[in-house]
Ligand binder design. Structure first.
Ligand SMILES: [Fe+2]
Ligand SMILES: [Fe+2]
Length: 218
């Protein structure tokens, strides 16, 4: 198990390069109104926990939806990017349901505008189902057609709203309640799952209440 010095870690995002005010402390100061970001490498010199993995995936998803807009008119490119994006969304949601939400249900208490981990999880599983349905509908339309774009835009909107809520509620709660070493270990399992399912992937739709019941009892 990788050993991480939890005392010096507050955030999980990798900080951009900037002069260190206290060299060797791992604390970097951004003077232009950007708050302190602390980062501590693990034994391999890298710091990546499951919260960071999810944020990185979300960034990739936003960029892939943006790329679709840039490829408008090139149906071959649109089809290839959307096919990859759809499989990515499916595997991403499954990985969260396997390694993120079960632990959130056990240790989370809700954050910001969510009153409980159950509320956060219920919304998330329902959102995952809706995103999958919208992407599945696009698959049935001719790539580049108006009907296809309508489904793609719906997928983008559903996913965009979901990521925002997930980052604000679930990721915040997880960062606050789950110890760093466990977050790092879960991140490795999460990445291994996504790596193993980097091609075609179909997630099974889940009933939010059944999912919560099953995982709270686990
Ligand atoms: Fe999610
Ligand atoms: Fe997500």
């Amino acid at each position: 198990m990788a050993t991480v010095n939890a005392q010096t870690v507050q955030g999980s995002r990798t900080a951009p390069a900037a002069p260190a005010t206290n060299p060797g402390s791992g604390i970097r100061n951004h003077s232009a109104g950007i708050p302190f970001i602390r980062q501590t490498p693990n034994n391999e010199g890298n710091f990546m926990d499951i919260v960071d993995c999810i944020l990185a995936d979300h960034d990739r998803q936003r960029r892939m939806f943006a790329a679709l807009d840039q490829a408008r008119g090139d149906n071959d490119t649109l089809g290839k990017i959307f096919n990859r994006l759809r499989n990515f969304l499916e595997a991403h949601a499954e990985a969260e349901e396997l390694y993120f939400y079960p632990r959130l249900l056990q240790l989370g208490e809700g954050a910001l505008d969510s009153d409980s981990a159950e509320e956060t999880t219920d919304d998330a599983i329902d959102d995952h189902n809706k995103i999958a349905e919208a992407a599945e509908a696009a698959k049935k339309e001719k790539v580049g057609s108006d009907a296809w774009w309508k489904c793609v835009d719906k997928t983008n909107l559903q996913n965009s709203k979901h990521m925002s809520e997930e980052e604000r509620q679930g990721l915040t709660d997880f960062r606050r309640k789950v110890p760093l070493e466990e977050r790092v270990q879960l991140g490795l399992k999460y990445l291994a799952f996504e790596s193993h399912h980097s091609g075609e992937y179909e997630r099974e739709e889940k009933d939010p209440e059944e999912y919560i019941e099953k995982n709270e009892a686990a």
